[in-house]
Design a binder for this molecule. Structure first.
Ligand SMILES: Nc1nc2c(c(=O)[nH]1)N[C@H]1C(S)=C(S)[C@@H](COP(=O)(O)O)O[C@H]1N2
Ligand SMILES: [Mo]
Length: 506
């Protein structure tokens, strides 16, 4: 191996050892502060909205692992280059490696400015990386800095020493990284017992999905529920350590503990969540039976002043979301939710408590891991997505989706059906129409009614004939408004247009 290549490998291994030990230290003190995760979070927050939209629409929920892979590859490539630099301009190269680690420390500090431990993984990564690089890229002159040994000419090779050193550093990288990963891996979800509701809904009965296979379930199982958030590490909050602060423009600010929350009256509600980033026909919508306490009661207890027009909610991971006071107090089932389909909230969906507000897209209502509600005004404070150009207030737009047959499906001729779901949260769906090829719009049959805050299943029987066929769907809400055909992208207030699917029948 020529010296340049060897120095590149040295840089790469040194960085891997730094990242690995940083990951291990992070697992012990502050999981989100692991160097690659901290830089990844900074990239997420700094990504311009159009690029983020492109990532969500093309990569879907794989966007997070792909982002982390890219950050890792870029870090390794930069480190290889720095390794070569160490061989040529030693101090400069080592400084470069230290700088790379300092960036990770800075990124972790940015995400959690009050957590003094957050910078530690970056510092450890820097110390390990610099030491390993200095060791693997030997100095010109006396080996091991030992003046009693004969000097080595520049660029000479000592294969054996390099191989031993490289395997040592590589082992540190792999072992510390793996140990850190196993420590950071989610331990089993804490078990909490949900209180009984004071307002109970009829026992959940299945919808059309049992008879009409392929239509989305009336209530989405928790494990299949879409997940959208900016968290690279899912916050793990112990219920006993959770609390919710209610403050801002209120007469009586107060803090609610988990035990106090459990003692409040709980209600059940069937509510469909939707992400504003959901494209026409997309998967970022799900329906669940939530258990929670009405937010309006909490706000009444705090005494929100008439001057406030928004509640800015903050999550444990620093997300901010603004919701109109009006939507939280007008009588709809806006909940501080603790249960999802009869179970405590899964960690990825906000354990121990989150907001759920019928009729508003998630980014203006559905704060997971919520820890603070601040009464304020839209003029005074802007939430995370508002700062990035998304709509300030964002009611869910009436939508419908064809679940079956799937786009591009090949079917046999004969009797079948076209089916899916439609939603117009807090208004309700009154009709769904389907158009087959260039035919007339036909009324679909609606599934069981789970209330105006829930999506509605639908189907239309169809005699499939050989050839290519195209279906379009449109829903009508309880105000009589039918979905517009005009196509709009999700940014900045939600997608519009009819979902259209083509299939091949033989
Ligand atoms: N803390 C936090 N809460 C959040 C978000 C987030 O990024 N962080 N994303 C919101 C968005 S954009 C949506 S669509 C919903 C999705 O909720 P789910 O992941 O439970 O489906 O959560 C909302 N709550
Ligand atoms: Mo969203």
């Amino acid at each position: 191996m020529n010296p340049t290549r060897r120095h590149a490998v040295a840089g790469l291994l040194a960085a891997a050892a730094g990242v690995g030990t940083g990951h291990l230290v992070a697992a012990l003190v502050a999981p989100h502060a692991s160097p690659v995760l901290a830089i990844g979070s900074t990239v997420i927050d700094a990504t311009p909205t159009p690029l983020k939209e492109w990532a969500v629409s093309t990569l879907g929920t794989a966007d997070k692992p792909i982002l982390l892979a890219v950050v890792t590859l870029v870090t390794l490539a930069a480190s290889a280059a720095l390794g070569v630099l160490v061989g040529r301009r030693r101090t400069l190269g080592l400084l470069g490696i230290a700088l790379l680690a300092a960036l990770a420390a800075l990124a972790a500090w940015r995400a959690a400015p009050t957590d003094a431990y957050a910078v530690l993984p970056g510092f450890v990564a820097g110390a390990v990386g610099v030491t390993a690089a200095a060791y693997l890229v030997r100095k010109r002159g006396h080996p091991f800095g030992d003046p009693t040994r004969p000097p080595v000419p520049a660029g000479s090779t000592d294969r054996r020493r390099f191989l031993i050193g490289a395997s040592g550093v590589g082992t540190v990288a792999v072992a510390s990284g793996a140990l850190g990963q196993s420590l950071a891996a989610p331990s089993a979800q804490e078990t909490v017992t949900l209180p009984a509701p004071v307002r109970r809904l009829p026992a959940p009965t299945p919808g059309l999905e049992t008879e009409r296979v392929g239509i989305s379930a009336l209530r989405t199982p928790n494990a299949d529920f879409y997940r959208i958030d900016t968290a690279l590490v899912i916050p793990r909050i112990r219920a006993a350590e959770w609390s919710l602060r209610i403050d801002g423009d209120v007469d009586n600010p107060f803090t609610l503990t988990w035990a106090e929350l459990l003692a409040l009256p709980m209600v059940e509600a069937d509510i469909t969540l939707t992400c504003v980033s959901n494209p026409v026909g997309g998967e970022y919508a799900g329906s669940a039976r939530w258990l929670g306490t009405p937010v309006r009661d909490l706000l009444a207890r705090a005494g929100v002043r008439p001057s406030a027009d928004q509640i800015l909610s903050t999550s444990d991971d620093g997300m901010t979301i603004s919701t109109p006071v009006q939507a939280l107090t007008d009588g709809r089932d806006a909940l501080l939710a603790i249960g999802m389909n009869g179970r405590p909230l899964p960690a990825s969906h906000g354990f121990p408590a989150r907001l759920v507000v019928p009729g508003l897209y998630g980014f203006v209502s559905a704060t997971k891991w919520v820890t603070r509600l601040t009464a304020t005004t839209y003029a005074a404070q802007q939430a995370y997505w508002t700062k990035r150009g998304w709509a300030e207030r964002s009611p869910i737009l009436t939508s419908s989706r064809i679940d079956t047959p799937r786009a591009g499906a090949r079917l046999d001729a004969g009797s079948t059906f076209i089916g899916g779901v439609a939603w117009a949260q807090h208004t309700g769906i009154t009709g769904v129409e389907v158009r087959i090829d260039d035919g007339e719009w036909q009324q679909a049959t609606l599934g069981p009614d789970a209330g105006i805050d829930s999506w509605r299943q639908w189907y239309l029987p169809w005699e499939a004939t050989p050839g290519r066929h195209t279906f379009a769907v449109r829903a009508t809400d309880a105000t009589g408004q039918s979905q517009t055909e005009a196509l709009a992208e999700p940014f900045p207030r939600g997608a519009t247009g009819w979902h259209t699917v083509s299939v091949e029948v033989s």
